[in-house]
Design a protein around this ligand. Structure first.
Ligand code: NDP
Ligand code: 8X3
Length: 254
């Protein structure tokens, strides 16, 4: 059963990877979209594609989620009801040891993955509460369940996403606002290239000799979470590729 037709879904980080694939999967269900990210050109070409292929309404807002005023301006200028907020924008920046890591990398992760997600959640949840319904879906990670060397701050931000998801669910108990997370393992997107500051060779090694998840694999799980009946709230879902069983255990034939 398709419960998403004609709904309005706001996606942060829709210019690539999981966010872009989610926009495509939701558009296939006839949902209208508000797609956001910093790269305006990519937003415009995705808007054109989805409108043409699926005859849905697609609006674009280009801004940095680290800019709280810009988050507010985006939410304030949306006239449509926001049925679903997909808090997807995020990154890992660097994979350096605690004693050597770069402060700018740490700031980028904390300001985007935690504070950006919080800003969007704060502004949108207020509106959802006034309206009496809505669904907030956060993209967590296996890094929200485990730490690994070089992941102190990235794992810290994703542990924070898990805690924020759980507490928001508690805060909104008794309303018809659902709160969920989807927490993937290895997904082949631009994530590793961003983490390694554009080093394509190093990024490729992350997915070497194994089949990672695709953005679409995760988008289909997000769609499942969103498409449950209104009384059903999936709190979190850990999703691995078949050959991964923890952040650090990945089977790769020699
Ligand atoms: P991508 O790098 O492919 O996509 C990241 C998206 O986030 C882009 O659309 C980017 O848009 C957006 N983004 C990043 N920083 C900002 C910012 N400051 N303001 C607005 N948008 C921003 O990676 P993924 O699709 O893999 O990542 C999506 C989410 O999934 C992240 O939260 C990540 O932590 C999480 N995740 C990824 C996993 C993986 O293995 N790939 C596994 C588990 C979780 P733009 O640059 O245009 O602003
Ligand atoms: C992304 C997956 O294992 O690189 O969140 O942290 S991992």
């Amino acid at each position: 059963m398709n419960r998403l037709k004609d709904k309005w879904i706001l996606i942060t980080g829709a210019t690539s990877g999981i966010g872009k694939a989610s926009a495509e999967v939701f558009a296939e269900s006839g949902a209208n979209l508000i797609i956001t990210g910093r790269r305006k050109k990519r937003l415009k070409s995705l808007q054109e594609k989805l409108q043409t292929e699926h005859s849905v309404n697609v609006e674009t807002f280009s801004f940095d989620v680290r800019d709280r005023e810009a988050c507010k301006a985006c939410v304030d200028s949306i006239d449509q009801p926001i049925d679903i907020l997909l808090n997807n924008a995020g990154l890992a920046s660097g994979k350096d040891s605690i004693d050597e890591a770069d402060f700018d990398d740490w700031d980028a992760m904390i300001d985007t993955n935690i504070k950006g997600l919080l800003s969007m959640t704060r502004f949108v949840s207020e509106r959802m509460k006034q309206r009496g319904e809505g669904h907030i879906i956060n993209i967590g990670s296996i890094a929200g369940y485990e730490a690994y060397p070089g992941g102190s701050v990235y794992c810290g931000t994703k542990h924070a996403v898990k805690a924020i998801t759980q507490a928001a669910k508690m805060d909104l108990t008794g309303t018809n606002i659902r709160v969920s997370a989807v927490s993937p393992g290895l997904v082949d997107t631009e994530f590793s290239e961003v983490r390694f500051h554009g080093d394509k060779e190093q990024a490729k090694k992350v997915y070497k000799d194994m089949t990672p998840l695709s953005g679409r694999d995760i988008a289909e799980i997000i769609h499942f979470v969103a498409n449950r009946p209104l009384h059903v709230n999936i709190l979190d879902t850990i999703v691995f590729p078949v050959h991964q069983s923890s952040a650090r255990i990945v089977a790769r034939p020699d």
